[in-house]
Structure formats: structure tokens, C-alpha cells
Write a protein that binds this ligand. Structure first.
Ligand code: HPA
Length: 276
């Protein structure tokens, strides 16, 4: 089966299982999955119910779609994502994103936990993603182009939407939520970085580092979705942090950030709903 056939098979299955038509898709990162409780749920669908769908195996990632209404806006939420470090190809890791596009989502709101590199950053803060570096992971667009989704050589000069960023900035100011801005760099993981790698990434212009998101954003731009992204800085990156990094620390930071994260994302979705 080709990747395109696999995508179309997953799409046909999900389409047959749900009645809602999402306008905005939201991907919830490590420790941020509880946001799904904000939604008037219409349907939920575990990834393992969908034949041939990549399943998330990470602790702290539920692994299901939640379809419903958030402040009047039809949304599709991914409670947990799939990562390359789980053994998936980049093409497999972005299948859910393409599926959300096929289901009708026009806006994609990406969230993640990330290590902070930018000087002055603190754990627990948020960073609005203004651009990204994906050069350390293979492209999710490798292989036969899915012409029905987008062109062979898509432009990536404005991956993150300025009008969506403006909405998020305004909400952060009004809600007194500290919001940094910067460039997200994706590694393949699953090991956290060495201090020398973090020094290199800083030199290259990265402000935060994580193991997801950039390939998802590329796939979403390829198929014409409008994108925004927020990182929860769960820890200071290796060599900046005074102690070794653990997944527990990442999940705990997500728990602590949950109330402000919920406020930021929920208010943003309400505003963004007016655009679609
Ligand atoms: N590095 C990579 N990915 C991460 C980190 C980190 O420090 N924190 C959370 N996800």
C-alpha cells in the first residue's frame, strides 16, 4: 500500500465514524492533553481503532481524536501525537495531520513541550513559534508527491501565520500570560540533546528544541493549512538546565502550565473560529 492509499483508507474509515466537520485542528503535546476536557465532545476515536493508523506509544499521550465544539467552533483535537522516535517514518508521523486536512480543518494549532534555549527563558513559560528549523530530520514530503494535497516544491517562507500569531499575542497580553517568541528546532530524538548540540542549535538560531511539530507544520503547509504553534517550555535545554532531563519533568511542567495553557488556547480558538 502506498502512503497515499494508506491515508485515503484512514480518511474513509474516520469519515464513516464521525458526523462532525472540524474547522480548526489542535494537536496537544506532552503533558497538555487535558485541554480536551474543554470541549463539548461529539465523538472520540482512539488511534488504535483506525486500521493502519500510526499509534502513539508515549506515556503522557492519550492517543485519540476528540471531535466536538469549543466555544462554538467545530474542532478536532489530537490528544497525543505520533513521533519519529517511536519508529515511524516522517511520512507516517504526519498522516494524522493530512487526515485532519481532508476532514475539513483549515487551521492547525500545534502545541508541544520543548526545551528552552533562548537566553532568559524559564521553565513553565510559553513560546509562540514564529519559524522553525527542520534540517536535522528528514522531510515528511520525501517520496512520491501527493499531488492532490499540494505541489512538489512547496514554499516555506511563511510557515506560521502572522494573523494567527497576532491573535495569540493579544490574548497573552490580555490574560497576563508570559509569552516568548522564537524559532523551534526539531530533532529526531528520543535522547535529549548534549550541551554541545544545544550550543550548536543556539548558534544556528534556535530558541527551543523538541521532537515533533516541524515536520507536521511542513506537511500542513504543503496541503495549504494555516498554522500556528505554541511551545510549553517544560525545561531548560541540556547544559543550560542545572540537572539531568527527564520525561517526568516534562510532564510535570505540562501539568503546572495547564491553567494558563487552557486559557491561551481556548481564547485563541474562539477568536480564530471567526476566520474560518
Ligand atoms: N529537548 C528535546 N525535546 C524536549 C525537551 C528538550 O529539552 N523538552 C521537552 N521536549
Amino acid at each position: 500500500m502506498t502512503e497515499q492509499e494508506r491515508l485515503m483508507q484512514c480518511f474513509a474509515y474516520v469519515k464513516g465514524r464521525i458526523s462532525s466537520k472540524p474547522k480548526i485542528a489542535l494537536v496537544l503535546g506532552s503533558g497538555l492533553g487535558r485541554f480536551a476536557s474543554q470541549i463539548e465532545v461529539q465523538e472520540t476515536l482512539s488511534y488504535n481503532e483506525i486500521p493502519n493508523f500510526p499509534v502513539s506509544t508515549v506515556e503522557g499521550h492519550e492517543g485519540r481524536f476528540v471531535f466536538g465544539i469549543c466555544d462554538g467552533v467545530p474542532v478536532a483535537v489530537m490528544q497525543g501525537r505520533v513521533h519519529m522516535y517511536e519508529g515511524y517514518t516522517p511520512q507516517e508521523a504526519v498522516l494524522p495531520i493530512r487526515l485532519l486536512h481532508l476532514l475539513g480543518a483549515e487551521i492547525l494549532f500545534l502545541t508541544n513541550a520543548a526545551g528552552g534555549i533562548q537566553a532568559g527563558m524559564q521553565a513553565g513559560e510559553f513560546m509562540l513559534i514564529t519559524d522553525q528549523i527542520s534540517s536535522f530530520v528528514p522531510s515528511p514530503l520525501r517520496g512520491a508527491n501527493m499531488d492532490a494535497l499540494g505541489v512538489r516544491f512547496p514554499d516555506m517562507s511563511k510557515i506560521y501565520s502572522e494573523r494567527l500569531n497576532q491573535i495569540i499575542r493579544k490574548i497573552a497580553v490580555n490574560g497576563d500570560i508570559p509569552l516568548k517568541e522564537g524559532v523551534y528546532l526539531q530533532t529526531a530524538g528520543p535522547a535529549y540533546e548534549s550541551p554541545a548540540e544545544i550550543r550548536m542549535f543556539r548558534t544556528l538560531g534556535a530558541d527551543a528544541v523538541g521532537m515533533s511539530t516541524a515536520i507536521e507544520a511542513i506537511a500542513a503547509r504543503h496541503c495549504g493549512m494555516e498554522i500556528c504553534g505554541v511551545s510549553c517550555i517544560s525545561n531548560l535545554a541540556a547544559g543550560i538546565s542545572p540537572h539531568p532531563l527527564t520525561h517526568e519533568e516534562v510532564k510535570e511542567a505540562g501539568d503546572k502550565a495547564a491553567p494558563q495553557f487552557t486559557l491561551l488556547v481556548r481564547s485563541a480558538i474562539a477568536e480564530m473560529g471567526k476566520l474560518v
